[in-house]
Design a protein around this ligand. Structure first.
Ligand SMILES: [Zn+2]
Length: 216
């Protein structure tokens, strides 16, 4: 299977395509690919029994499609742990190279990698790593952008997007960091946060891509 096809299965899975239909529009926005090309590829993948499509409603993964998506995600997230822990990669560098490695990692390799890393539960960006059976354990998270001033929370997960990852790492934000919201500016203005012994500001846009837990 080509990396391109695999990316479709992975994105569908991330959008909930193992449980419900995902619209072509949503998928095309996420993959940044024209709707016509998306429809064409979905037809191909359905002919290979990796997903089912319903006219005007979207696509849903089959059991086989789910299996491939899970193995890609496992590979991606385990490689990220390895690259950061052992090769000194930055947040965004790890994501970038994991995008390549996930497509060339057979089940045996990811299994050994997982054992070598001592079965990490999360990738460095806070995304849960599915186990061999595809089970994922994820706590209840809320978006940082929904917090009111005065709230204290723990950073749990961030979206894997290069610019965002570089921005957050420069600000000193890490998974597991405790933050307190000092102020929220009006009209989608910045969030002022206390992080350790310093005060930082992050944009509203970034706050919409950071997941936190408030009940610890
Ligand atoms: Zn990650």
């Amino acid at each position: 299977m080509t990396p391109n096809k695999e990316d479709y299965l992975k994105e569908l899975y991330k959008l909930g395509g193992s449980e419900h239909l995902v619209s072509n529009k949503e998928l095309s926005q996420k993959l940044k690919i024209a709707p016509a090309s998306v429809s064409e590829m979905l037809t191909k993948l359905s002919q290979e029994s990796l997903l089912i499509t319903e006219p005007y409603k979207g696509a849903k993964l089959t059991k086989e499609g789910i299996g491939i998506a899970i193995s890609l995600l496992r590979g991606h997230r385990l490689w990220e742990v390895f690259l950061i822990r052992h090769l000194g990669y930055s947040w965004s560098e790890a994501h970038e190279d994991a995008e390549l490695l996930e497509h060339v990692s057979p089940v045996r390799l990811t299994g050994r990698l997982e054992r070598f890393l001592n079965y990490p539960a999360y990738c460095p960006h806070g995304n849960a790593i599915p186990d061999q059976n595809g089970q994922i354990k994820e706590g209840e998270l809320v978006l940082l952008s929904t917090l009111a001033a005065g709230t204290t929370a723990i950073i749990k997960k961030v979206q894997e997007e290069k610019e965002l990852l570089d921005y957050l790492q420069t600000q000193g934000i890490e998974i597991g960091s405790q933050i307190t919201v000092l102020a929220v500016d009006d009209y989608e203005g910045p969030f002022t946060l206390v992080l350790g012994d310093k005060t930082i500001q992050i944009s509203h846009k970034a706050a919409c891509q950071i997941y936190v837990s408030t009940n610890e």
